[in-house]
Design a protein around this ligand. Structure first.
Ligand code: ARG
Length: 259
């Protein structure tokens, strides 16, 4: 009995010493300035993806890791979902979002963005035998888009916000899945992603359609409005990796040519 008490108190004392030593460390909720916490909707290949609960990978992830490395920061990437990403930046759960996010006027009211790092455009994906050859041909058809994205915006602009053919999905793979089984007639999303799906979908079954009303879009890394400290580091790191060739290497790895 006595022996048990001695062991217990020695153990307790040890625990106390150990926790005192760790006392200087930041707890989970407090942010550590050496760690860049980044949120993403890891369902937008080749920009970001995650298989099961595996590692999050992709072009954006390589870019943010390289930026962090250039700034001497560690990086922690978490899947937040798309709507969740904006909430996570709002609440400070993450310091930044990288997720093929188009810099828009509306988003700029609430968030700050890095210098643009990637140019994109909307692209329409339809079955190969579809009669669609422009955006307006989608009138009367069911169109899958990811809710809250610029893909949804171009469709709403063309047919009105209340257009009944529009189908909003939480993520883009959900919209693609429904296109494959014929539940929607088309998907509108960023060109890089649509072209990546073209490589994976059954050969000859789908085609892409451009529309000259689609404006160029530019991706930026997003922080909470006024978070100059993080934004400055991101812009500085981005500049470094663009100058030293790291960015081009990452670009080539995913898109097969120079940026
Ligand atoms: N570029 C588009 C936008 O900003 C789509 C981005 C969607 N990104 C994602 N990871 N799901 O609205």
């Amino acid at each position: 009995m006595r022996k048990g008490w001695i062991i217990a108190s020695v153990f307790l004392a040890l625990m106390l010493v150990l926790s005192a030593c760790g006392g200087g460390q930041k707890t989970g909720s407090e942010s550590d300035k050496n760690v860049l916490r980044v949120g993403t909707d890891a369902a937008y290949p080749p920009f970001e993806k995650q298989e099961g609960s595996g590692e999050i990978t992709g072009f954006d992830i390589d870019v943010i890791k390289a930026i962090a490395e250039a700034e001497g920061l560690k990086v922690q990437v978490e899947h937040t979902g798309w709507d969740g990403l904006f909430e996570a930046v709002d609440s400070g759960k993450v310091d930044a979002g990288i997720s093929a996010i188009t810099i828009t006027k509306k988003r700029k009211k609430k968030y700050d963005f890095s210098e643009p790092y990637f140019e994109a455009k909307q692209l329409i994906l339809v079955p190969n035998d579809s009669d669609v050859s422009s955006l307006k041909d989608l009138k009367g058809k069911k169109i899958g888009v990811q809710s809250g994205t610029t893909g949804e915006i171009v469709v709403q602009k063309a047919f009105g916000k209340t257009y009944e053919g529009i189908r909003g999905y939480d993520d883009t793979p959900g919209a693609i899945d429904d296109l494959v089984i014929g539940r929607v007639d088309a998907v509108v999303a960023d060109n890089g992603v649509v072209l990546d799906y073209m490589k994976k979908l059954p050969k000859g079954k789908f085609k892409t359609v451009e529309d000259n009303s689609f404006e160029p879009e530019f991706y930026g890394i997003m922080v909470k409005k006024g978070n100059k400290e993080v934004l400055d580091k991101i812009n500085s790191g981005l500049k470094k990796i663009q100058e030293d060739g790291t960015f081009d290497e990452i670009y080539k790895k995913y898109f097969g040519q120079d940026s």
